[in-house]
Write a protein of this length. Structure first.
Lengths: 226, 452
């Protein structure tokens, strides 16, 4: 059973979400502060984390950054704030997805399922190595190298890279990427894609400001080329 | 009758003023000139007549004078025509017969009584001047009749010139009126332009300050009025936003707790289960309401335009909502307009929701793209929207009479208001038409680019 960590300072929201998500089949651990959440995750790593942004003490953004340092656990932000500034900052900090309160439990659990599915990896046929210039990608092994150096990607970044590599040289629209990586059939948030592409570029491009391989095709989407 | 515009009136006043002034000046000038010339001319004629009279008197002193010869001997120039009346008989040069009729009897009497006189007369339809000089010593009246036709022609020329001048002055006055009114109304054009821009959604439009202090006051007053209105609108919007925002956290609890209840619905006794159903339904609507209010509270921010595959978007959403391929009609050149994707999605989804609630479900979605315009149509087979409600349904919390009659109170009452706001944010429009074959057709048109 998947272990879920909820970091939320509002007791009522925390308790109701805990009950609702337990109904969905998760083992839920709930804590009111970022500090307790980090301690809990360090002691007993969760499979998925829900984080509120406005927390007493350490705020949600720092909490996400700290969790990222510990590993690549999928993180979903559940916040009442939905201005672009907060969304982008949370994603930049390392969150995998962002939902705005009030979110229906059905929707939330769909988002969590998509992340879990992804976290298990895409699976596939014979082990193979894909090359894009200096970038070396081994989808089955979950490994990426830039030249000689191994690159560490979060699972969402890795999944995004694999989807683009799968269609190499072809353009994938933001909507297609939202569908394939995040499981949004419609109404996904383009900012999810844009911020993750930015994060990915910083890891796999020598000059992220002038990308050679992971390219933006204006008005269409993104493509990965050798 | 349509009232004339301010500019037309100003122009007319200037023109009439110029006309009155120039007419008055011209007629005074004409009168004075005419008077002076006539007086001068008459004085000359009187002097000449006296001069001639002296010669005639000398000529008549001879025995049996040949009067015609005497008259012919006068140097009268071309215009003066001498005649003489002696013992009740007229004498004249042969060329001058027939002019004696024009000499008035009153003047003849005056002269015969020994008093010289002058008089203006009519000679064959032309103005003429008669000078009568009594020649007492020889018991004779001497007259000189001079036609003033030439002088009259001069007056006519003068009148024409003055008339033309008056007309020119009037035209100049009208031109001045046009210029002055345009100059004065120019700042108003700026204000009108700014007001138009504000009305079409660009609340940031302001009037440029003017260097003229009188006009600057107008610009400043207008701008501060818009500032005040905007501040008020911003405050209202912030309040709606703040309220909605504060509702989000409790709603999250409600939503999650309700889902816990709903999951156990089947094990509840029927009465409780019915209550849970009501709760679930209302919480869902409440969520939608808060989310719509939040969107609405920022909907007059400018649209974030980006090239968007609207056709793909429409296909995806329409399919998801259960429309068949035949019900999705794609026309146009398939170009990618620059629209705000979220807003566009919401326009379509809200129109589909509206069709579900009030029109028995959408039966056709049409999307047409070209480089200038995106046109989205959603058809339903419901009762349609009466013409007098076609504006009202886009008001916030407005629900059509027909809808209320059917008890259709689900929905937030904000869906169509949002559609309109999103269309306006693109400087586009939304309209309701009759669907051929019955039902309503909602038509949204958005310019494909900023400013196109």
């Amino acid at each position: 059973m998947a272990r879920l960590l909820i970091v939320e300072d509002d007791d009522r929201i925390r308790l109701s979400l805990k009950m609702a998500l337990e109904d969905e089949g998760y083992t839920v651990k709930d804590v009111p502060t970022a500090e307790e959440g980090l301690a809990d995750h360090a002691a007993n790593p969760a499979d998925l984390v829900l984080v509120d942004l406005m927390l007493p003490g350490m705020d949600g953004f720092d909490c996400i950054r700290s969790l990222r340092k510990l590993g690549d656990v999928p993180i979903v932000v559940v916040s009442a704030r939905d201005d672009t500034h907060d969304v982008v900052a949370a994603l930049e900090a390392g969150a995998d997805d962002y939902v705005v309160k009030p979110v229906a439990v059905k929707e939330l659990s769909a988002r969590l399922r998509a992340l879990k599915r992804r976290a298990r990896g895409s699976g596939g046929d014979a082990p193979k190595t894909l090359r894009f210039g200096e970038i070396e990608l081994r989808p089955e092994a979950g490994e990426v190298q830039l030249g000689e150096d191994p690159v560490h990607l979060t699972r969402t970044e890795f999944r995004l890279l694999c989807e683009l590599a799968d269609q190499q040289g072809r353009v994938l629209s933001r909507q297609q990427l939202l569908d394939r990586v995040w499981g949004y059939e419609v109404f996904g948030d383009d900012r999810l894609v844009d911020v993750h592409v930015g994060r990915l570029r910083r890891k796999i491009e020598r000059d992220p400001a002038n990308p050679k391989h992971l390219l933006t095709v204006r008005g269409l989407g993104y493509k990965l080329q050798a | 009758m349509k009232r004339l515009g301010l500019r037309a009136r100003v122009t007319a006043v200037f023109a009439l003023g110029a006309l009155a002034l120039s007419t008055a000046l011209s007629s005074v000038a004409y009168q004075i000139t005419r008077q002076n010339l006539l007086t001068e001319r008459e004085r000359t004629l009187v002097r000449s007549a006296y001069f001639d009279a002296v010669i005639v008197r000398e000529g008549l002193r001879a025995e049996n004078p040949a009067i015609s010869e005497v008259l012919r001997g006068l140097d009268t120039g071309e215009t003066r025509r001498p005649v003489l009346r002696r013992e009740g008989q007229w004498f004249s040069r042969s060329a001058d017969t027939g002019i004696t009729d024009s000499i008035p009897v009153a003047l003849q009497r005056l002269v015969s009584e020994g008093t010289p006189g002058t008089q203006r007369v009519d000679l064959d339809g032309e103005p003429a001047f008669v000078v009568g000089v009594p020649l007492d010593e020889v018991d004779t009246g001497f007259y000189e009749v001079t036609t003033l036709a030439e002088l009259e022609r001069t007056f006519n020329v003068l009148a024409t010139v003055l008339g033309v001048a008056a007309l020119g002055t009037t035209l100049a006055g009208a031109a001045l009126g046009v210029y002055a009114s345009r100059r004065v109304l120019e700042p108003l054009t700026g204000v009108a332009r700014a007001a138009d821009e504000i009305a079409t959604g660009d609340i940031s439009a302001r009037v440029a300050r003017d260097t003229d202090p009188d006009l600057d006051r107008l610009a400043v007053a207008f701008n501060s009025m818009v500032d005040a209105v905007q501040a008020k609108a911003d405050a209202d919007r912030r309040f709606a936003g703040d309220v909605s925002h504060e509702l989000r956290s409790p709603l999250q609890t409600l939503s999650a707790a309700t889902s816990v209840l709903a999951r156990r619905r089947d094990s509840l006794e029927p009465r409780t289960a019915a209550a849970v159903d009501l709760l679930t339904e209302e919480v869902t609507r409440f969520e939608q309401l808060v989310s719509d209010l939040l969107v609405l509270s920022r909907s007059d921010l400018p649209a974030e335009r980006r090239p968007t595959d609207v056709v793909g978007l429409v296909r995806g959403i329409a399919r998801q909502r259960g429309l068949t391929e035949e019900q999705i009609e794609v026309t146009g050149d398939g170009s990618r307009p620059e629209v705000d994707q979220r807003r566009f999605e919401q326009i379509l989804v809200n129109l589909l929701d509206n069709a579900d609630r009030h029109g028995g479900g959408a039966v056709r979605v049409g999307i047409c793209t070209d480089p200038v315009l995106v046109r989205l149509e959603v058809d339903d087979e419901g009762p349609g929207v009466p013409p007098d409600e076609r504006e009202l349904v886009f008001d916030r919390f407005a629900r059509g009479r027909a809808a209320s009659a059917r008890g259709g109170t689900d929905g937030t009452g904000l869906g169509l208001a949002l559609v309109k706001q999103h269309a306006l944010a693109h400087r586009g429009s939304v309209q309701i038409a009759d669907r051929p074959g019955g039902g309503a057709r909602f038509v949204v048109e958005l310019p494909a680019r900023e400013g196109s």
